[in-house]
Structures are given as structure tokens and as C-alpha cells.
Design a protein around this ligand. Structure first.
Ligand SMILES: [Zn+2]
Length: 232
């Protein structure tokens, strides 16, 4: 059942509510190489206050859960050749009046990194901040950017920023997480280093993922890609 997570901004104390789980997308889901998955709706680790506009780490806030209770609602529908109107009853989850979107977009994540990143952050916070940067960057330029009209093109400046922060993310990923380290090298255009890291590793149950990362690296393709699509 869809649930709501409530917490307060650490700066101005304004409450925020976000939807954080849903069961509607289990038949058609994607797993991408930058670790994003559409199967499970994850709460975005960095949040933006909609009152004072500052950014903060969700993991540092006290959170409270509530549920969205289902209820029946009458909806109007047109049916048949003559497009008659009829009413039918459907089950809906009635949302509270104000639920915020939980994913930051790339321009916001850039601001968040400027506000929150410092050399004093521990590895865990660096991980959550920069994994947010990675996913938002890939959303913005590749994942949600399929129609030509709205196509966004990376500038030299974007690429420089990406390489700078993904290098820092790479440094906090444990050495035994070989595939993700290889993937980050590839996304930083370090194709030879990626191939060198992965080529002689046997990874048993995730061998097929390693092989896909290697294939893309050999083609000098640095973009994230879809590892698996499930349609049933
Ligand atoms: Zn605030």
C-alpha cells in the first residue's frame, strides 16, 4: 500500500511529506547500470525544503510514516460506438492535499552538492550525495530525455563537473564492489581502466552484468544503459 513519509526541514522546521512506496510498477520495470531501478520506489536521499529552499540529507532527519488509505471513487467514462457516458466505481488511493515529488532534477542536485559537499563529510554522506548526483545527471541527459524536442545536451562544463564528482564517488565505493567501480570508471570515460579492472574477474551470478559493462567500455560508450527489462 502506498505510504507517506513525513519529516521536518532541519533549517526552518517546515514539514514535508513524500510518497515512498507503491505497488503499481511491478510488471514493467527497468534496472539501469548506474544502480537506479524502477522496481522499487526509493526515497531520494537528498531533500529540498519547499519553504526555505535549502537542501539536507534525509538520513539525518527523524521520520514518521503514515498510509494512504484506499477508497472508492466514482469516475466518468465514455463507452461504446456512440460514446455514451457512464459512471464506474474505481479504487483510488486518496492523497493528502500536499505530497511532494521526491526526485531532485540535475540543476537542483548541482545546487545541493554546492551547499552540502565538503571534505569533512564522512564516506556515507558522500556516497548518498554523489549517488544522487549520478542518478539525477543520467535522468536529465539520458533516461528521461527520449524525445528530440526536449533533448538536453551535456556541455563541457557539465562533463567536467560530472567527472569531478564521480571520481569522488568512486573513492568511497568499497573495493569489492567491482562492477560498480568498473561502471563508474566507464562513465568517467576511463575505458581502459574499466576493462583492466573487470576483464579477469569472475563474478558468477552477476557475470552477465560485468560482460555488458565491458562491452560498452570496449565500444568507448560512456552512457549509462538498461541492464534488464522485465515485462512480466
Ligand atoms: Zn526549510
Amino acid at each position: 500500500m502506498p505510504a507517506v513519509l513525513n519529516f521536518n526541514c532541519p533549517f526552518c522546521k517546515k514539514e514535508k511529506s513524500i510518497r515512498y512506496s507503491a505497488s503499481y510498477n511491478t510488471f514493467h520495470w527497468h534496472q539501469w547500470s548506474d544502480t537506479k531501478s524502477s522496481y522499487k520506489i526509493e526515497v531520494f536521499p537528498v531533500q529540498k525544503c519547499n519553504s526555505c529552499w535549502k537542501y539536507y540529507f534525509l538520513k539525518d532527519q527523524e521520520t514518521r510514516e503514515s498510509w494512504l488509505w484506499p477508497k472508492y471513487k466514482l469516475v466518468e467514462e465514455r463507452v461504446g460506438l456512440f460514446r455514451r457516458k457512464r459512471f464506474k466505481k474505481v479504487l483510488v488511493h486518496e492523497a493528502p492535499t500536499k505530497i511532494d515529488d521526491w526526485d531532485l532534477c540535475y540543476p537542483e542536485v548541482k545546487e545541493a552538492v554546492e551547499q552540502l559537499y565538503s571534505e569533512e563529510l564522512d564516506d556515507d554522506h558522500i556516497y548518498w550525495l554523489l549517488i544522487s548526483f549520478l542518478r539525477a545527471y543520467n535522468d536529465w541527459f539520458f533516461r528521461k530525455n527520449n524525445d528530440d524536442e526536449n533533448k538536453k545536451i551535456e556541455t563541457e562544463e557539465d562533463i567536467k563537473l560530472f567527472k569531478k564528482y564521480i571520481e569522488k564517488l568512486y573513492n568511497v565505493i568499497p573495493e569489492d564492489n567491482v562492477i560498480f567501480r568498473g561502471e563508474l570508471l566507464r562513465e568517467m570515460w576511463k575505458f581502459d581502466e574499466c576493462i583492466e579492472l573487470l576483464k579477469n574477474k569472475k563474478l558468477w551470478n552477476v557475470e552477465f552484468v560485468k560482460n555488458q559493462v565491458l562491452e560498452h567500455a570496449k565500444k568507448h560508450d560512456k552512457n549509462m544503459f538498461c541492464i534488464e527489462k522485465h515485462n512480466s
